[in-house]
Design a protein. Sequence first.
Length: 96
Amino acid sequence: MFSEIKEITQTISKRYSNLSKRETQTYCPYICFSNITDSHLLQLKNQLYNEDFNFIDGRPYLGSNFSIKAIKTKATSSPVDRFVFLMEMSMRATDF
């Protein structure tokens, strides 16, 4: 099951990102998995990161609170911006 979640995450990112340097409007998907434990989410993040599939998770530094400002950065062709993890489903598009 865990490998399926990782594969789904990578597929969503690849299909719904536009990170071309030629485009003025770049974007990457926001992904939130409900009912996933913190330990499984950490395991997923570690595996993705170790496979050079980087992401933004809304925490600009260790121990910080979730920050909308941290995820509002413009998506670029940098491998860092492949997708953004959302921690809560209650976030609305108007929050961004």
